[in-house]
Ligand binder design. Sequence first.
Ligand SMILES: *Cc1c(COP(=O)(O)O)cnc(C)c1O
Length: 220
Amino acid sequence: MTIQSHIDVLRETIPPGVKLVAVSKFHPAGMIRQAYDTGLRIFGESRVQELVVKKDQLPGDIEWHFIGNLQRNKVKQIAPFISLIHSLDSERLLLEIEKQGAANNRVISCLLQIHIAEEESKAGFSPDECRRFLAEGKWRVWPHVRIAGVMGMATFTDDENQVRKEFRQLRLLFDEFKTVYFSDHPEFREISMGMTGDYPVAVEEGSTMIRIGTLIFGDR
Ligand SMILES: *Cc1c(COP(=O)(O)O)cnc(C)c1O
């Protein structure tokens, strides 16, 4: 199967309102170009160094998303062009994004990454940490960052009920935050959940944005 046929299969199985982020980490620019040529425009990378190198080799109308752990000292390198940071997990990181947004005279959109999985290793705010962060309200006064929704990763397991429960939890948190903090913020609208192994369940549970690597590009 080619990249084109993998993308065709995906397009048939996801509803039109769900955005597809093609996760191209560890794959060369040539493969990204093939996916681009089928019409995809949103690509996700998880390492700053890799992203800045590839970006220069590829068309300028690509919307780059950052999906991995983001160190504060690297925000500067992606701030001039990044479209969406999925991995906002602390106020200190948001402050740095604000600073670099201001330096580049742009507003940088971010998703609140929430820890929903059982595995300790996965990153993100706990639901209560995130509630406290939102309640404190500093995000309201920073003009160069925009909180556009939530992101989460389910436990890596074959137990579909477990995965469904976690995605549902993320969806409920989104609804809570929308009601309490973002009812006047139309830009707060994304629920980034679902990867190659679990995206059908994520879509059933209300995902607006799936992040797919292996199913498009093959193994890394
Ligand atoms: C690598 C990665 C993905 C894509 O995973 P696949 O299983 O290859 O689809 C999605 N989200 C995040 C945060 C990732 O790091």
